[in-house]
Design a protein around this ligand. Structure first.
Ligand code: GLY
Length: 347
């Protein structure tokens, strides 16, 4: 797989550097750029992009539905059709401007159109900046199951422009902060400050999170071993997301992962020797930010049902990432149904 170049400037606009890079990959000006975005981003970020990146001025625009709806095969079919109709060739470049869903769907379109064309990610959410836009996982949903069809396919460039974060609602920013906390727990860095300093800068951790993810992905690009650590909190988190969706409870991916990490840390103290104080510090940090859901035994049975359908379920046990200590994750730790019940009721 080709390597992605990351553009992230702290003192000047990343978009200005993107403009230069795009000129370098298009010296004759003959390549066509297709910007994929959604309605929200179109309004809040597209004008800034075009103003700062004149190279994209004459791009074609394709608008996707907001959120997971854009990761539907019918939508992808439409976009393939629009690309063909407008004469996109193998030199065309897809430019994904948006959050994780746009990056996932646009990456999948780039991976499959004419057997693979170049694409650029310009993440506009904090979650996408530190996770979805990095590492080459592209995917769409199938039959109500998330990310079932996809490809590992790296973008040519990922341009992270922190100025876009000013357009985000507080809830979205928080969701990204939970993904950043995941990295801090996996690396063991900055935890004391994050737990005790209310003015701790999560945005100041973007570069570190990207570097960490790139190093993990470099050693396991196809998610066969070490990369699984990035799923910390996700075995529970994905089940909670599915549960919330079916009960029409509004929640973000980050919130569900944050609760999932609480359960995983509780089980880490029981099963792999994590010190109780790390778990307690996290619990108190999380309770200051959100009301942790209280689930009944009946709810937990439903949660277990979703967990059994997860790819991380094997021989009647749930394979989880747990922490021996902050910075020391263990993958594929088998967790029984009873241990899940205990974690959800007691954590
Ligand atoms: N989001 C987890 C991964 O990229 O592997």
């Amino acid at each position: 797989m080709k390597k992605t170049q990351i553009i992230l400037n702290t003192r000047k606009s990343s978009l200005k550097s993107l403009d230069l890079k795009l000129r370098q990959i298009n010296p004759e000006g003959e390549r066509r750029f297709f910007i994929l975005t959604d309605e929200n981003v179109l309004e809040h970020c597209l004008p800034t992009l075009i103003y700062n990146v004149p190279e994209l001025e004459s791009s074609d625009f394709l608008e996707l539905p907001v959120g997971e709806a854009c990761k539907d095969l019918a939508i992808i079919h439409e976009v393939w059709g629009s690309l063909l109709e407008s004469g996109a060739d193998r030199d065309a470049v897809i430019v994904n401007l948006g959050g994780g869903c746009v990056c996932d769907a646009g990456g999948f379109i780039a991976a499959t159109f004419k057997r693979g064309i170049d694409f650029v990610n310009i993440p506009t959410s904090l979650t996408a900046m530190v996770d979805a836009a990095i590492g080459g996982k592209t995917a769409i949903n199938f039959d109500n199951s998330k990310n079932q069809i996809g490809a590992f396919y790296n973008p040519l460039l990922t341009c992270v422009e922190p100025a876009f974060l000013q357009t985000l609602p507080q809830k979205e920013l928080r969701s990204g902060e939970y993904e950043i906390m995941k990295t801090l727990l996996l690396t063991g860095s900055h935890l004391e400050s994050a737990f005790s300093d209310p003015s701790f800068s999560y945005i100041g951790c973007i570069q570190e999170c990207i570097d960490f993810k790139l190093s993990v992905v470099a050693s396991d690009p196809l998610d066969k071993g070490l990369r699984k650590i990035l799923n910390f909190g996700h075995t529970f988190g994905h089940a909670l997301e599915a549960y919330n969706l079916s009960h029409k409870v509004e929640s973000s991916h980050g919130e569900c992962v944050a609760v999932g990490m609480l359960y995983a840390l509780y089980l880490s103290t029981k099963k792999v020797g994590l010190d109780a104080s790390s778990y307690r510090q996290y619990k108190s940090w999380l309770s200051n930010r959100m009301a942790v859901p209280r689930l009944s035994l009946k709810d937990i049975e439903e949660l277990l049902g979703y967990m059994r359908h997860d790819k991380k379920h094997h021989d009647g046990e749930h394979l989880c990432v747990l922490l021996q200590e902050p910075g020391v994750p263990m993958i594929d730790v088998p967790v029984s149904d009873n241990e899940v019940r205990d974690a959800v009721l007691s954590a």
